[in-house]
Design a binder for this molecule. Sequence first.
Ligand SMILES: Nc1ncnc2c1ncn2[C@@H]1O[C@H](COP(=O)(O)OP(=O)(O)OP(=O)(O)O)[C@@H](O)[C@H]1O
Ligand SMILES: [Mg+2]
Length: 411
Amino acid sequence: MPVDDLIVGLDIGTTKICAVIGEYTDTRRIEIVGIGTAPSDGLRKGVVINIESTLKAVTKAIEAAEMMSGREVSSVITGIAGAHVEGINSRGVVAVSGRDREINEEDIRRVIDAARAVVIPMDREVLHVIPQEFVVDDQGGIKNPLDMIGIRLEAEVHIITGSVTSAQNLLKCVNRAGFRVEDIVLESIASSRAVLSEEEKELGVLMIDLGGGTTDVLVFVDGSPYHTDVVAVGGEQVTSDISIVLKTPSEFAEKLKKESGCCYMPLVDPDEEIFLPGVGGWPSASIPRAELCKIIQPRMAEIFSLIRDKMIKKGYLNHLRGGVVLTGGGSMLPGAAELAKEIFGVPARIGYPFELGGLVSEYKNPMYSTAVGLIIYGNETASKDGEMKSGGRRGKEGLGRRFRNWMKEFF
Ligand SMILES: Nc1ncnc2c1ncn2[C@@H]1O[C@H](COP(=O)(O)OP(=O)(O)OP(=O)(O)O)[C@@H](O)[C@H]1O
Ligand SMILES: [Mg+2]
């Protein structure tokens, strides 16, 4: 089986590392053929802090996916996250160059170049430049200006940057584990590909990826991203709260959260009791489930309120006609959607990864949205390469690649 027929998403998360292998069918559709996970302990809040243990977990996750699929992985598309990630909006203007005033690819390249020419500190690099809309002369709201006639071309873009060293450490882990990195994609951008419908993005939607170490936020308006944010609080914090209040080890608190946790009091039966086995010499006991909810709900409410306040400040709260979509492992907490609906005042749902073909079904869990999204993203990039005939997914670096990187963000 030629390696080019595989497309592998590698999500290096704070609590788990997950590899998902997609394979092209004869009809160029993608089927999921393997998935592998390994516990992650070399990251803090989305950022690699221990190369050795991360690369071991990367190897373990990919080997498990290889074992399940019977395929061999040589390269991956990996995600990046962490509080160092920032998104800004920018715009650029150029004069249309052709004598016939017809906008060509070179004009689009120049206008995006102009829009991304903002001052970026030396220690940061651009991860994505995503066109939001083009303005031709005074006509705005144009998604693709190619071949239109005009004199003046403007582009509005969302630029996402991240710390150079974080990306380098990530690359190092994957390379040292023996795999090539085809692309580095912001994790929330990847997740959005796996869980948001085109309609939601057009209507305006807030996606919240509730991870272990961080909570990632991405806002779409009129089909394009306008706001990227990372809140440095995640599911681990919820577990730690339970562990502190109930004076129990964090492994047990984690188990309790997953088995009996809830973050919305109206869903809890006041008479329901949960059993706490004795740990460390303490006798076993039982507590009302409502007590556990009282520990979890304030932390989840704090995370959502923090995000809501930022939405209000940036003026996006009134643009969320598509509601809120929660994904990531933390969204599995019962009551998450109900609490979000109450705090944001718009409909909220849990985002499960879209159905892809194949016999493997384990990926249909919000925990795997990022990994599945990396595959979908990689596939879009690959097919756009094909359209542009710029030398395939593994084409040469240089101008062609740079242009491809801009073009891949289109639509
Ligand atoms: N059924 C469940 N109920 C409640 N919480 C859950 C459940 N399943 C997983 N979680 C929580 O989800 C979190 C892990 O989510 P996820 O796998 O998306 O994180 P990650 O990708 O490893 O971390 P990050 O994205 O922050 O780097 C953990 O805190 C875990 O406790
Ligand atoms: Mg994650």
